[in-house]
Write a protein that binds this ligand. Sequence first.
Ligand SMILES: [Zn+2]
Length: 191
Amino acid sequence: MILQKTFRDNHLTKRKVINTGELDRYIVKNNHEAIISHEVFAEAERVRKAKSLQKVSPSIQNQYAFKGMMRCGICGRAYVRKTTPSKYIWKCSLSVTKGKDTCASKQVPDSIIIEASNRILNKTDFDEKQFNSKVKAIEVMPEHRLIFHMKDGLNKEYLWQTSRSDSWTNEMKEQARIRAINQMKGRVQHG
Ligand SMILES: [Zn+2]
């Protein structure tokens, strides 16, 4: 049975009009007792949608935040996310599909991209909405450099360290980061 085949176009005239798409039609199976109102249907839809959003885990959301936004600074291909037993990493898609000898780019842990984004956006927690509103693309450069191409036209650089560089103090890291950003700013202004 199809509900809302007809509707009253006006509460005053109560004229019945054939529904040719002005209103949603509902197909209800076993309609003997299960006739649901528009409100109940809308509420059920709202609950269903809210539930489906809850199912998305933070890591999946991050994947979508960075997906299509990261590219290889060496070969220009997209960076894609891969799963290792312990973490998510991002790799140049050329080296993933054609072998690691095809591109000299390095993999970047997902956690580093989140950390870099937070530092660049001056946030303590990752905020996907803000990220999307500010960042156009992330370019993965050699020597642990990430270049954030911002939507306002500026480029911001972030240097990250591997575990081998753990002897760096936080102060040294911060100095290197600021130096890199200043160099980048100079390049943009004078270039
Ligand atoms: Zn590459």
